[in-house]
Write a protein that binds this ligand. Sequence first.
Ligand SMILES: Cc1ncc(C[n+]2csc(CCOP(=O)(O)OP(=O)(O)O)c2C)c(N)n1
Ligand SMILES: [Mg+2]
Length: 351
Amino acid sequence: MSAGTVPLPYDRAAIGAALGGDWEETLLAAHHWMTLARELDSRMLGLQRQGRIGFYGPATGQEAVSVAAGLASRAEDWVVPGLREQLVALVRGHSLTRYMHHLFANDRDPARGRQMPCHPSAREVKYVSMSSVVGTQITHAVGLAYGLKLHKESGVALAFFGDGATSGNDFHAGLNFAAVLSLPVLFCLTNNQWAISLPVERQTHVKELAQKAAAYGIASRRVDGTDFVACYSSFTQGLEAIRTAPGPLLCEFTLFRMTPHSSSDDPSRYQAPSWMPQALAHDPVLRLEELLTRHGLLSESAQRSMKEEAARLVKEAIAEAEAVGPPAPDSLLTDVRASGPRPEGPGPEVP
Ligand SMILES: Cc1ncc(C[n+]2csc(CCOP(=O)(O)OP(=O)(O)O)c2C)c(N)n1
Ligand SMILES: [Mg+2]
């Protein structure tokens, strides 16, 4: 822990009450994923600067929310990400190597280089590709939940979006439809206080974004998104409530964006020098490590091995992905159509 880290306020009984009987296992699993995510963000930003991958969107500072969502959700649930929830796919079982193939847009990338890097889709864990168009995923998630309801299928759609997306039309349309139709959607608002260079206070007059849910008759809560224990218990409680009585809920996770918006951004041009010290004090990884250490669950050597293991896993995945070449140009239409391309000549007559 660094000197300024704000400690998580839990004794053992409080953690048990929030996370359940196997809380030690849950916290150690969370620490494993958060350590891996940190390593991944730092290596991939470096690789982008070296020109080895085309684009990267880090999620440093937002790991507690993604890991909690991944661990608390069930296989039947769907994840419709905002701009930085790739870790949810990994925690739900998407392989790191497959994700790396995607980041390199190589021939083994499930999208075969047709999607922008860092926009994975992971069908096997019901993780939908992010669109990058701010907010559109909110209405997609609502439509998906409507489909679940119409087909009488179980499962909840987890719709992720940032503070910036709450000022867009899709937020209004999505929340309104979800409420009116009582759809199983958990709206997961990751308020990292920035929409690229626009600070949240210049975007809206609402003090707490969760208040916006009231306008649609949706219950909401505000959660410290840098506190893994709070995030995990909000996801388990929220998902359970929706499974018991279908209808949407909204959780606003308050966060600090600790890295540039993406590999194309330079926050030194718009962030005040006071931003980073505040963000560091709420670093979710350091806060979890302090909690684990305080309760005797993490020794210095275990922490070192965890970091080495994360570095090894990421390094191996990079080496494997970098050794695969790009997709052949004539693969462009492979698996785009059910049958081959339309035969040459005039198409069918339009009546
Ligand atoms: C419709 C649309 N407008 C603008 C952009 C450019 N853009 C990309 S991300 C972004 C900000 C998103 O902020 P927020 O919703 O808070 O998510 P965060 O990046 O902080 O996770 C903007 C304006 C876009 N991709 N789509
Ligand atoms: Mg934001």
